[in-house]
Design a protein around this ligand. Structure first.
Ligand SMILES: [Zn+2]
Length: 207
């Protein structure tokens, strides 16, 4: 897994699997937050990074954007090794309790987690959430969108049961106007709110 510092507090860790996958480490006063748990093969590299690159602060929680397999893959190994809580929207929690042994905390949309504010953005999955870091003006968007070559795209249609609802949820870009929007598949888009209207047009679907 390769790491790239995206903003002052946020690092992206990514692999090519055959679809690129990105997870995030967010540093805060109270420690580190892992946002999304990627795929199983990322675990060794994440564990090494926690012990070397990020060794000055402990991992204190895992936040999940949703419970699809390519966002929770490290949880079995992670929960065997680290006693950190998993925070997930209640609509996604059943699946997590099947694969992870650590305490599961229901996401509170009125709470800030390690500098990150959650927003409920259903459509790709019922309990999909995104996390905004206001200090760094970066949105960790999970699968609300995809990004290819710096361009904002729709989420992958095959895995998005309600595309219309997901696109409506995408209006969060207009509300927050983040400088950077990081998508799990895979990349970072600058000033994505200016690209959002194009997603609503036919012919600008996902790959
Ligand atoms: Zn997904």
């Amino acid at each position: 897994m390769r790491w790239k510092q995206l903003t002052r507090h946020v690092w992206g860790g990514y692999v090519y699997w055959p679809l690129p996958v990105m997870v995030w480490i967010v540093e805060d006063r109270d420690g580190l937050t892992l946002v999304d748990a990627g795929i199983p093969s990322m675990w060794n590299s994440l564990y090494q990074a926690l012990n070397v690159r990020f060794k000055n602060k402990p991992l204190v929680r895992v936040l999940l954007t949703h419970s699809h397999g390519d966002h929770v893959g490290m949880l079995p190994n992670l929960t065997r090794t680290l006693q950190v809580p998993i925070v997930v929207h209640p609509l996604e929690a059943d699946r997590i309790s099947e694969i992870a042994s650590n305490p599961i905390i229901s996401l509170d949309l009125d709470h800030t987690y390690g500098g990150l504010i959650p927003y409920h953005t259903p459509g790709h999955s019922p309990g999909h959430v995104v996390f905004y870091h206001p200090d760094d003006q970066i949105l960790l968007a999970g699968d609300l969108f995809t990004a290819f070559s710096g361009k904002l795209r729709r989420p992958i249609a095959k895995f998005t049961p309600d595309m219309e609802e997901s696109l409506r949820s995408g209006r969060i870009l207009e509300r927050l106007d983040p400088k950077l929007t990081a998508c799990a598949h895979c990349g970072v888009v600058k000033h994505a709110s200016s690209q959002y209207p194009k997603l609503l047009c036919k012919g600008h679907g996902s790959r």
